[in-house]
Design a protein around this ligand. Structure first.
Ligand SMILES: Cc1ncc(COP(=O)(O)O)c(C=O)c1O
Length: 391
């Protein structure tokens, strides 16, 4: 595929980009999909070539046509100059923190960040002389927290357990006024429903393990950025020796083709179920940013173009045995970490937070691609077991 042809395709809308970017080249015997290259060593044609590091690909860890194909799709989705694929979403978060902060720096990390991102910031960054400060994701004005040595504001919105939506525009503006970089874990919305770089956020961080690959069968993360920041990320990426196995790249490339159709279905079913849950007497509150009842619904409406399948419910006070009775016998909802796959999941949320209000028992639901009436029936039966276990 020529660069000119790829450029022309950038004008297409998202579903077309998803179907046409990162496809096999004309030398791939007409195959629609790019081959899965299992390559560490890549041979050079001559002494001249190896001395000058000449060749489209030079060593497996530095990229293959397979990784390049996925990077191309993602960069076009994210409107980025470059994308780096890493072995997990967590690696995308930690790469960003390590690449953009140095000894003596101060970094702001939201209290509702993915737990391991938060732990890395608090437990590992100090060993490198970097101070991580936890901030309230619902903060109205972040300026009082800015210091002379603040290098980065990490964002995650909505949080993936309690679903607070940040005032991204306020934070971006203040960061820009103070020459501070911003990076956002955008896994909840995926690049379909929020495009961090278009909002002037410097790094879009994603656990592609979730919606982007979408089938609960591989682990992968990525960071996308414009050229200057991309160069900084790439330097650290190369020095840390990060790379991704070709089969996980191929699974993600296969999954991303249907991101648009899947996300719309996740969105529709999750909203229907969230509204139904709001009516159930066992439920105190539904934490879903697209519901009018969500405290930051206006911010979600302003900055996001859709919502996926992930949200939480806060139960009225109950016994642990009631939750167990409900979860243990669900016929369609599985009990398992992660989300973004085609299957529905339900887990108890144990919060390890410093700030924010104390909350009642929380359950996180991921609404998969099953028939929505079947899912409602499963939940309804679950609440009957929940009620029965009351005493
Ligand atoms: C919001 C968010 N970011 C990052 C991660 C980490 O992703 P991975 O499991 O691919 O490392 C997760 C995982 O659950 C997540 O929910």
């Amino acid at each position: 595929m020529t660069k000119e042809k790829d450029k022309a395709k950038d004008k297409n809308k998202t579903p077309t980009l998803l179907a046409h970017r990162g496809r096999a080249g004309s030398s791939d015997f007409g195959a629609v999909n790019p081959p899965v290259y299992h390559a560490s060593t890549i041979l050079f044609d001559s002494y001249e070539d190896i001395i000058n590091n000449r060749g489209a690909f030079t060593y497996g860890r530095r990229g293959t046509p397979t990784t390049k194909a996925l990077e191309d799709v993602i960069s076009s989705l994210e409107n980025a100059d470059g994308t780096l694929l890493v072995p997990s979403g967590l690696a995308a978060c930690t790469l960003t923190l390590l690449a953009l902060c140095k000894q003596g720096d101060h970094v702001l990390v939201p209290d509702n960040a993915y737990e391991s991102t938060r732990s890395f910031s608090q437990k590992v960054l100090p060993d490198f002389g970097i101070e991580a400060e936890i901030y309230d994701p619902t903060i109205k004005d972040i300026s009082p927290l800015i210091r002379d040595n603040t290098a980065l504001i990490f964002l995650e919105s909505p949080g993936s357990q309690t679903f607070e939506v940040m005032d991204l525009q306020m934070i971006i503006k203040i960061a820009q006024e103070n020459n501070i970089l911003t990076a956002m874990d955008n896994t909840w919305a995926s690049p379909l429903f929020c495009k961090p770089l278009d909002m002037d956020i410097d790094v879009s961080v994603q656990s592609a393990t979730k919606y982007v690959s979408g089938h609960a069968d591989c682990l992968l993360g990525y960071v996308s950025a414009h050229q200057n920041v991309y160069n900084r990320l790439k330097r650290m990426y190369g020095l840390l020796g990060l790379c991704v196995g070709p089969d996980d790249v191929a699974l993600t490339l296969r999954g991303v083709r249907t991101l648009d159709v899947r996300l719309k279905r996740h969105q529709e079913s999750a909203l229907k179920i969230a509204r139904w849950l709001e009516q159930q007497e066992q439920v105190l509150r539904v934490h879903h940013p697209a519901l009018e009842s969500h405290p930051q619904h206006h911010l979600w409406k302003r900055d996001f173009t859709g919502s996926g399948g992930l949200f939480a419910i806060e139960l009225n006070p109950c016994r642990e045995a009631q939750i167990a009775a409900m979860l243990d016998d669900m016929s369609l909802f599985g009990i398992g970490y992660s989300w973004g796959g085609y299957e529905s999941l339900m887990i108890p949320v144990i919060l390890l937070r410093e700030l924010g209000p104390a909350r009642g028992p929380l359950l996180r639901l991921h609404i998969g691609l099953e028939d929505v009436e079947d899912l409602l029936e499963d939940l309804s039966e679950g609440f009957k077991r929940f009620d029965k276990a009351r005493t």
